[in-house]
Design a binder for this molecule. Structure first.
Ligand code: NAD
Length: 260
């Protein structure tokens, strides 16, 4: 059903974004990857995805703090693939500190990458989706788009913001064939979370795996990490016809975190 749809997945050189890109490519979608990282590793992932799934996979290195580069990402993807049908705004960064010690430049960077980039990609990609009468926008929010934690002022503000943006886009596109939803993962073991695991382990004077268990015990009742494969399959479902009437939703996938 998603065969030959064209997808842009931001922040897809690692973690959840790469999981989403893999799941979409496995359904036959052509994909533009985006994100930072070692050029050789990025090229290996790109070529492997293309080979394994028999689809076109391109890479664009836009720095999502920069609106002109975001416009180029959408324009280049449109030119290379012939359009953008599926837009996954997934890139995100983290910094933890109490608000009095929170560096203002970290606040600006987190708001730019975790929130504003999604405004810019949607701004540029939506007209063509509306014109074709079909589109899927999936924003990676977080459990922190629904509830807060201490020491994450910028992250929680940005993730609540992206849930709000998701609702507005859903209202503005209702009935057009375009849907816009947010996914709200709990702890997922990626590069974004490893420093938090290490910090917890250090604080408790224990090993890394015990630090990971302590992190889960605090927030995630299942005591299990969400996997990038599970997140990829949730995005595939939201892109399917079965999900055509799901729009403006913020869907938790968090082992019970936000049920508490
Ligand atoms: P990750 O660090 O593995 O991936 C982040 C991606 O964003 C990478 O591809 C990175 O290169 C890219 N990126 C960062 N800054 C960028 C910039 N300026 N321009 C372009 N790309 C940039 O982390 P992840 O956990 O896979 O995070 C993906 C998304 O999931 C984020 O929005 C994050 O907030 C969200 N999330 C993660 C968890 C978790 O527990 N890991 C939970 C909830 C939500």
């Amino acid at each position: 059903m998603l065969k030959d749809k064209n997808a842009v997945v931001t922040g897809s050189t690692s973690g959840i974004g790469l999981g989403i890109a893999r799941a979409l490519a496995a359904q036959g979608c052509h994909v533009v990857l985006n994100g930072f990282g070692d050029p050789d590793a990025i090229e290996q992932n790109r070529a492997a995805l293309e080979r394994e799934c028999g689809v076109t996979v391109r890479y664009h290195g836009a720095d999502l703090r920069k609106p002109t580069e975001i416009r180029d990402l959408i324009e280049t993807a449109t030119r290379q693939l012939g359009g953008v049908d599926i837009l996954c705004n997934n890139a995100g960064i983290q910094h933890t500190a109490p608000i009095e010690q929170f560096p203002p430049e970290k606040w600006d960077a987190i708001i730019a990458v975790n929130l504003s980039h999604a405004f810019h990609t949607i701004h540029h990609a939506l007209p063509q989706m509306k014109q074709r009468g079909w589109g899927r926008i999936v924003n990676t929010a977080s459990a922190h788009g629904l509830v807060a934690s201490a020491n994450k002022a910028a992250y929680v503000a940005a993730k609540h913001g992206i849930v709000g943006l998701t609702k507005v886009v859903a209202l503005e596109t209702a009935g057009t064939g375009v849907t816009c939803n947010a996914i709200c993962p709990g702890w997922t073991r990626t590069e974004l979370v490893e420093p938090q695991i290490a910090a917890r382990a250090k604080q408790l004077g224990v090993g890394i795996e015990e630090g990971a268990r302590a992190l889960l015990a605090e927030k995630q009742p299942s005591q299990q990490f969400v996997t990038v494969e599970q997140l990829g399959q949730l995005v595939v479902f939201l892109c399917s016809d079965a999900a055509a009437q799901i729009t403006g939703a913020a869907i938790p996938i968090d082992g019970g975190w936000t049920a508490q």
